[in-house]
Design a protein. Sequence first.
Length: 383
Amino acid sequence: MFESLVSFVREQYKSNEFIPLHAPIFSANERDYVMDTIDSTFVSSVGAYVDRFEREMAAYVGSQRAVATVNGTAALHMALKLVGVLPGDLVITQPLTFVATCNAIAYCGAEPVFIDVDRTTLGLSPKALEQWLDEYAYIDADGACRTLADNKNVRACVPMHTFGHPADLDGLVDVCVRWNIALVEDAAESLGSLYRGRHTGTFGSVGVLSFNGNKIITTGGGGMILTDEVVGARAKHLTTTAKIPHPYEYVHDEIGYNYRLPNINAALGCAQLEALESFISAKRALAARYADYFNNSDLYFVREPEACKSNYWLNAVICQDRAQRDELLKTTNESGVMTRPIWALMNRLPFHHGARAGELPNAHWLEERVVNIPSSVIPDLCQ
Ligand SMILES: *Cc1c(COP(=O)(O)O)cnc(C)c1O
């Protein structure tokens, strides 16, 4: 039944070989910039490409400051520390996400609260968030959001822009402001995606990007913290061992982290960033072809939410039911066209058993039905 999809994907990639879900592509400058770090010997923790990558990324997304990190998970960990998450705090997130989001919460000694997603955005639902807060939380005399049952501080909320599609940011900002909860955007998948004309990752106190090998641009491994000048200065300090600047003395004023991005990786990042807009146009062109193709089928192709421009990092379809999902996965993977089901919900993972959660009907519904289909940039579609 899905043989025609297999042929359709093969036509797009003009290939009879194995077709992966997502492979990186490189243009001209990657090699030159990386060779430059080798020739100069500055491959590691010091070098001009890190500063340049941070500056150019901040300018591109329109944030005051961008601080590069060794990966996206480290950036998330730091983001939560930067907004003041302490051991014992609660951090709200969605159950439908990659495990890194929740790992970062655990690294802080905080506890996740899983709140449902919207079916239209696949991102955290402002309505479900508000419902949970109305039922379980209150604002104390100091203005802090706390749980009614055990007086825990609800410190932060981490929505994730699933597959590059922006969550309902107006709604989330509104709820977080009224409940005095810090908004941290996990924008690891949505670099270049716009919500009402503004880049995802710039709506909360802190936003986080990833440049892992499977993301829209890659540095091999890497991440970025997007924030304002003040928090950005603190982010830089914290991610670079909390060293007080001095020509030769080693003085550190707190326990810091070695989370900086090596210069050789930043060199790759600078070249990839130059190509980002052309990658996005290629991904959007492929998504338009998929949308056409699925118009005549009983699968629903996931489209960008209203008032958004998605980077279409990973294309996805919603199947009628689990049986259809299983058949799609089987036919395509057996034919050498890679497809993958969406993540198992975070609240199902053994180490999150018993975690606090709201009602999760949409997350459960999507978990049974969503499949990602090949989404690598097709060079011919770059503009
Ligand atoms: C990729 C990703 C991250 C960060 O992953 P790293 O591999 O550590 O860079 C975080 N959250 C989500 C949702 C992701 O997809």
